[in-house]
Design a protein around this ligand. Structure first.
Ligand code: C2E
Ligand code: CA
Ligand code: CA
Ligand code: CA
Length: 284
């Protein structure tokens, strides 16, 4: 990618990725990228809509790769490849460790309700590892982050394709140590909410394709209302993703959806912007 003169970066063209040569180069560079400190995390706020005053409940960690040759890469450009090659396991550990350390830092000195959680995307691959939960527990202890401030996000499809005993065991063990689980992109697959409850799911993230049209299309609005109602009946919290407008935010508040995330509040920001952004959002 090249800087386009307006201070933004042109997206790395996906066609390049499809050429075998570029794929090999990307894959090879993935092996050394962690050691060369080329990855970094950005954080997008998740806002609690309940009550009179909106509060930043936490941040979702979203990985970026400053590639020496291809420029700034977004996760869609390398996570699928890393999943395919298994490199996601090592990268996923780096991401989790960094996010836990960052959250420990931004919560230092804040007690009780003033704390802000961190939520981290985890691939199905990582979930198949039976050492995952012990490893996470150790990271939390080392960083000094209370386990209830960590949430792991797993996509709906990851559950559907891996419903073996390892996944169930990991989910159970995580809930035992107090780490919460969110189902990402809910509504894009085929799972039912009742099934999610059996898997110790605490949070459901309604995919932005649902949220996108609630202000224009009453059938989308009714669908999301239905999801929220059923989820709350099962004591599952709901985060609406991809909230871009005040109209959407108002509808979410009205239907009783507790959490919202999206460009209406902010895109993901570098870690040093986390605290000032939260203050700004809560002050407005
Ligand atoms: P996701 O988990 O569904 O993350 C939300 C994506 O939607 C992010 O893109 C975010 O920047 C974007 N987004 C947030 N708010 C809005 C909005 O209001 N409107 C629109 N149009 N988009 C919005 P991003 O950062 O490019 O991440 C893409 C996907 O890559 C993520 O989707 C997630 O599945 C995956 N990913 C990101 N970070 C990680 C990671 O650390 N590990 C793993 N395994 N996957 C990751
Ligand atoms: Ca996510
Ligand atoms: Ca999502
Ligand atoms: Ca997504």
């Amino acid at each position: 990618a090249k800087a386009d003169g307006k201070g933004t970066w042109t997206r790395y063209r996906p066609q390049l990725y499809e050429s075998a040569m570029e794929r090999v180069r990307l894959r090879t560079s993935l092996d050394t990228a962690i050691g060369k400190d080329e990855f970094f995390l950005c954080y997008q706020p998740i806002v609690d809509l309940r009550g009179g005053k909106e509060r930043v409940a936490g941040f979702e960690a979203l990985v970026r790769w400053q590639h020496p040759e291809f420029g700034l890469l977004t996760p869609d450009q390398f996570i699928p490849l890393a999943e395919e090659t298994g490199q996601i396991v090592q990268l996923g550990e780096w991401i989790l460790a960094r996010a836990i350390a960052d959250a420990a830092r931004w919560n230092a000195g804040r007690a009780g309700t003033a704390t802000r959680r961190v939520t981290v995307n985890v691939s199905a691959h990582q979930f198949l590892d039976d050492g995952l939960v012990n490893w996470i527990d150790r990271q939390l202890g080392d960083a000094g982050l209370p386990s209830d401030l960590l949430i792991l996000e797993i996509t709906e499809t990851a559950f559907l394709h891996h419903h073996g005993p390892e996944v169930q065991q990991n989910l159970h063990a995580l809930s035992e140590i107090g780490v919460r689980i969110a189902v990402d992109d809910f509504g894009t697959g085929y799972s039912s909410i009742a099934y999610l409850r059996d898997l110790h799911i605490d949070i459901l993230k309604a995919d932005r394709s649902f949220v996108a049209r609630i202000a224009e299309d009453s059938s989308h609005l009714r669908l999301l209302k239905g999801i929220v109602t059923v989820a709350y009946a099962l004591e599952i919290d709901v985060v609406a993703e991809g909230v871009e407008t005040v109209a959407q935010r108002d509808l979410l508040r009205k239907m009783g959806c507790r959490y919202a995330q999206g460009y209406y509040y902010s895109p993901a920001v570098p870690v040093d912007r986390v605290a000032p952004l939260a203050a700004e959002l809560e002050g407005r």
